[in-house]
Design a protein. Structure first.
Length: 452
């Protein structure tokens, strides 16, 4: 079903019109309540007392209407002809204002004068709407103020509510775009873009979807080229093994002869080294990070103990000190036991190669930030600037002498850890001289909950 798409402007105007209509309704409702109060006597108009006195002036002057019947909120003051007070309900504050009004300074109340034969009545009132119930006048704001405040307060609440709804709708649309960008960033491209009901956002989603498809196509082509390259390398190593086996067999036969040349042994030794290099190259292509497997569970303590035991033998054999540190190990993690062990020993061999006799090598195992870390540290000369830049490249080595090893240890270790969804980092130690290589292997929810 096609979405009925609207522009951001249309959506904004829609919410604005909702607010305008609701505010108008509240205003009309407020006026209606106020008018209802006036009509049924619950609210007294501002000129209520003034109208009463005007309508009943004659009867008040003749004494036919008792001045005490002057309705609330009017008050009265009765003076005899000599100006002496006969009766009042104004109170002290009212009398004070009356005295000021005589001098022309009173400004709080208005006064109406009623002349009678034997006395004078002064009616005090103000021009403000009042509630007919005096109690309500004490506990509530004046009707006029309430008439203004209530609609304003309701409209503010209404504006906040409509703003929240508008924000929620915009956030829902924006979140879908952010989710797309995060998935594209993580190269998780197997998803279907969800269309937006807003024109502008839908255009952005279409652009991101096109970007996703272009990136997916590019990565698929890259992966295809990489797999082809790996297949070619594997084919070459296989093809080289055949003539190499013939040469090796021929040299071994020649070694069995009585007049064998002593250089034949050197040739045989170098053939063995070529076989080792080919095996390493084959291992590297087999461990390509583009290939993922369903690994089995590895007991962490057993894994660490095995590496500590065999690492200690390797380092003592090469006259290096060796120490292992453990902290917050996961109970178990998924991976290939032998493959990971081989990756660690590639790094240990590197450390042995680049530290002097009696050198110090340390191995750290710990869990942190949902990952299992393995660190190899030594006190050798550390990585040069070029090695930090190129150290993970296949066959890179800083050793220039002929006959030395090819630089595949770090590269193989990285390919192994990448197959486990992790990463490898090389750097120099900051607190001391030497190199530091960090393997990071991600942990699942089960593993994170069982860290000890």
């Amino acid at each position: 079903m096609a979405l009925n798409r609207r522009s951001v402007t249309f959506v904004f105007l829609k919410y604005l019109l909702i607010f305008v209509f609701a505010a108008s309704f509240i205003f009309i409702l407020s006026v209606s309540f106020f008018m209802y109060g006036l009509n049924n006597g619950g609210i007294l108009p501002a000129n209520f007392v003034e109208n009463y006195v005007r309508n009943n002036r004659d009867s008040l002057e003749k004494g036919e209407t008792n001045y005490k019947d002057i309705p609330f909120p009017g008050k009265y003051l009765v003076l005899d002809k000599d100006g002496n007070q006969k009766d009042t309900n104004m109170g002290e504050e009212g009398i004070k204002d009356y005295e000021l009004a005589k001098e022309g300074n009173g400004n709080r109340y208005f006064y109406m004068k009623i002349e009678r034969a034997e006395d004078v009545i002064f009616v005090q009132y103000d021009l403000k709407a009042k509630y007919s119930d005096p109690v309500l006048n004490r506990v509530l704001p004046s009707p006029e103020l309430l008439y203004i405040m209530v609609p304003i307060l309701i409209n503010v609440i209404l504006a906040l509510g409509i703003s929240y709804l508008f924000k929620k709708k915009m956030k829902g649309e924006i979140d879908s775009i952010l989710q797309m960008t995060e998935k594209i960033k993580a190269q998780d491209l197997d998803f279907t873009a969800q269309a937006s009901s807003i024109v502008e956002f839908n255009a952005a989603i279409d652009s991101l979807d096109s970007m996703k498809e272009a990136l997916k196509k590019s990565l698929e082509e890259q992966w295809a080229m990489e797999k082809e390259r790996l297949q070619q390398v594997a084919s070459i190593t296989h093809d080289i093994n055949t003539p190499l086996a013939i040469i090796k067999g021929s040299m071994e036969l020649m070694m069995e002869e009585e007049d064998a040349n002593p250089y034949h042994k050197t040739v045989i030794n170098n053939i063995h080294r070529i076989e080792e290099y080919l095996a390493m190259l084959k291992s590297h292509t087999a461990n390509d990070p583009l290939v993922f497997e369903d690994y089995s569970w590895i007991d962490t303590v057993e894994f660490v103990n095995r590496i500590e035991e065999e690492g200690d033998i390797l380092c003592r054999k090469n006259q290096r000190s060796f120490k292992v540190y453990r902290d917050k190990l996961p109970e178990r993690f998924k991976g290939d036991f032998e493959e990971l062990k081989r990756g660690v020993f590639n790094l240990l061999n590197n450390s042995i190669r680049f530290t002097e006799n009696k050198g110090k090598i340390e191995l750290f195992f710990y869990a942190e930030e949902k990952s299992f870390f393995i660190e190899v540290r030594d006190n050798g000369k550390g990585f040069s600037k070029e090695a930090l830049r190129r150290g993970k490249e296949v066959f890179y080595t800083e050793t220039k002498e002929s006959g030395e090893h090819l630089g595949m240890g770090i590269s193989i270790a990285e390919s192994i850890v990448k197959r486990h969804g992790g990463a490898l980092k090389i750097q120099n130690r900051t607190e001391d001289k030497g190199a530091q290589v960090i393997l990071k292997i991600p942990l699942g929810i089960y593993q994170i909950l069982h860290i000890f």
